[in-house]
Write a protein that binds this ligand. Structure first.
Ligand code: FEO
Length: 180
């Protein structure tokens, strides 16, 4: 059982995770438009990760006997100045998500909701990873500077990223993740 307040806050987080997916899909499209094929793959892979973040909450709300309520997504930015701009915005966005997860955790602590605290621990760890990955790529883009062959190599490397999360949620995301 979760409180009505927690149910509503978790539903808001679904929207934030789905907006993250939408934002990275938009970045993927803009990369493809700019000829950055590898980076386009990287952002589409990130899209799938974000959908899992949303679906885990979706499933958790249902497991707690509460109601999933989906609302409209904000329109994401469509065009970005450069790959550097995209990763700067990725980091900025992930920091917002981290702060939102922290708010959720604070609410769970305040409500002495131990189950939701245990559930949110996964997100706390995941956000450290998300910010670290974005910071790492930003640093590399800075090192490359205006070197076009460096950018070409980085784009190629980013394109090697593969989807390691489930993409079919028809039988539930947790079971598809092996009961994680
Ligand atoms: Fe689901 Fe990238 O935060």
């Amino acid at each position: 059982m979760i409180s009505k307040r927690m149910e509503s806050a978790l539903n808001e987080q679904i929207n934030k995770e789905m907006f993250s997916a939408f934002l990275y899909m938009s970045m993927s499209a803009d990369c493809a438009d700019k000829g950055l094929k590898g980076s386009s793959v990287w952002f589409m892979t990130q899209y799938h990760e974000e959908m899992v973040h949303a679906m885990k909450i979706y499933e958790y709300i249902q497991k707690q006997g509460a109601k999933v309520r989906l609302v409209a997504l904000e329109e994401p930015q469509q065009e970005f100045a450069s790959l550097s701009d995209m990763f700067d915005k990725t980091l900025e966005h992930e920091k917002l998500v981290t702060s939102s997860i922290n708010d959720l955790m604070n609410l769970a602590v305040e409500e002495r909701d131990h189950a939701t605290q245990a559930f949110l621990n996964w997100y706390v760890t995941e956000q450290v990873e998300e910010e670290d990955t974005a910071m790492d790529i930003i640093q590399r883009i800075k090192l490359i500077g205006d070197n076009s062959s460096g950018l070409y190599m980085l784009d190629k490397e980013l394109g090697a990223r593969t989807v390691s999360v489930p993409t079919d949620f028809s039988t539930g995301v947790e079971s598809a993740m092996g009961g994680e």
